[in-house]
Design a protein around this ligand. Structure first.
Ligand SMILES: Cc1cc2nc3c(=O)[nH]c(=O)nc-3n(C[C@H](O)[C@H](O)[C@H](O)COP(=O)(O)OP(=O)(O)OC[C@H]3O[C@@H](n4cnc5c(N)ncnc54)[C@H](O)[C@@H]3O)c2cc1C
Length: 357
């Protein structure tokens, strides 16, 4: 089987990422079928090479030295519609095009996730979410190749361990065995003729004087909001040469919140916050960055912050991964010195996930 899978060597990875940063892959293959996935894993294993799974490259920062191993680009295509709003979607389908497809069929459940770049296969990995929705609400099951057993498995939602920006596919278990699961298909259960979700404050404000907006109107408003923040991929827009939000919103205990408030001479309820699971509190990382002195448009050489969104680190033109990591380290150290809180990076750093097959 592996003889049929073309493997290229020394392939530049920067063009495969929205950051536009990073060195080459030593070897590169494109999977357009489940057989290709099996073949690629076998090829890498025979050579004791690490393997990295690449989707749309929109949550990825590639190191300048590139990746010494096989990068497997997931490009399986196809959308199968089944009764009762079930869609069985191949991992290489572009996510935003699938959102449009669902909207055209009056299917509710992912309208607030319009405009997010990347592939369908990338969505379960960090439980993609925005504007009051996350894919954990609609994913029915994930089909993936389990590299440990050498078999494809259908993993029901309840076993995907979805949390904020976390799942079975990138969570603590996955840290022990990175890239254990290679997602080939995702099944979503959408709601035929359902109402759009208006849980998020920005959307409630946008539709305050507009009764019963359609799914398409909500999706279009989400895209406009994203565009205004540089969070929509628009050719030529320098603010979207990024991986979206660079830091996760930290989740803290009430004691931690009290000490952050004390550092600011404020009361705990004076800090913007959301309720999180297990009696904890989620804080807006962008707000913390701003209080630590990092405003929109802040620049350090070729790396900087978006001029429209504090949380997006951007490539201002010819930035290296080292430039981005330097700015990241400066921000993390400054926020820690001010609030005693360690911010966590959201995008995957290729170099972190090296393992032998
Ligand atoms: C402008 C912009 C805005 C964004 N806005 C949001 C947002 O609102 N909400 C949000 O949650 N994210 C957002 N993101 C981040 C990103 O778009 C999502 O995380 C997206 O789902 C990543 O998918 P991808 O296919 O690009 O994954 P990649 O970047 O290619 O990979 C990311 C990780 O997923 C793994 N992976 C990818 N595909 C597979 C697969 N088939 N099987 C197993 N592992 C896989 C990779 O190995 C890697 O570890 C934004 C990014 C940008 C650039």
């Amino acid at each position: 089987m592996s003889r049929d899978l073309p493997i290229r060597d020394s392939v530049a990875l920067a063009p495969y990422t929205t950051f536009g940063i990073g060195g080459p892959a030593q070897f590169f293959a494109t999977a357009t079928s489940e057989d290709d996935i099996v073949a690629a894993v076998a090829w890498a294993r025979e050579r004791s090479l690490p393997l990295f799974v690449l989707g749309g490259g929109s949550n990825l920062l590639v190191r300048d030295g590139g990746f010494a191993g096989l990068v497997l680009h997931i490009a399986l295509r196809g959308i199968l519609q089944q009764p009762r709003g079930i869609f069985h979607v191949a991992a290489g389908e572009p996510w935003d095009a699938f959102v449009d497809h669902a909207l055209s069929l009056q299917m509710a459940g992912i309208e607030c996730l319009a405009g997010i770049p990347g592939s369908v296969g990338g969505t379960p990995v960090q439980n993609v979410g925005a504007y009051g929705q996350e894919v954990a609400q609609t994913i029915e099951s994930v089909r993936a190749y389990d590299r440990q057993t050498g078999k494809f498995v259908d993993i029901p939602r309840a076993e995907c361990r979805f949390r904020y920006r976390e799942s079975l596919f990138n969570g603590p278990l996955e840290q022990d065995e990175p890239n254990r699961y290679i997602v080939s298909h995702v099944s979503y259960r959408l709601h035929p003729h359902g109402l759009p979700s208006l849980r998020y404050g920005d959307l409630q404000r946008a539709f305050a004087h507009h009764q019963d907006p359609t799914l398409a109107e909500v999706a279009s408003t989400v895209r406009n909001l994203r565009r205004s923040k540089g969070m929509l991929l628009v050719p030529g827009d320098p603010d979207c040469r990024s991986a979206g939000s660079f830091f996760k919103n930290p989740i803290v205990t009430t004691d931690e919140l009290a000490s952050i408030a004390a550092a600011l001479g404020a009361k705990p309820d004076g800090i913007p916050q959301w309720v999180a699971a297990d009696h904890r509190i989620k804080l807006p990382a962008a707000w913390l960055l701003e209080r630590a002195g990092f405003k929109k448009g802040y620049a350090e050489g070729a790396a900087g912050l978006s001029s429209r969104h504090t949380l997006a680190l951007i490539n201002r033109g010819n930035a290296t991964c080292a430039d981005i990591e330097r700015l990241q380290d400066h921000i993390v150290a400054t926020v820690f010195a001010k609030f005693g809180l360690t911010l966590e990076r959201e995008p995957v750093l290729l170099g972190d996930l090296q393992l032998t097959t």
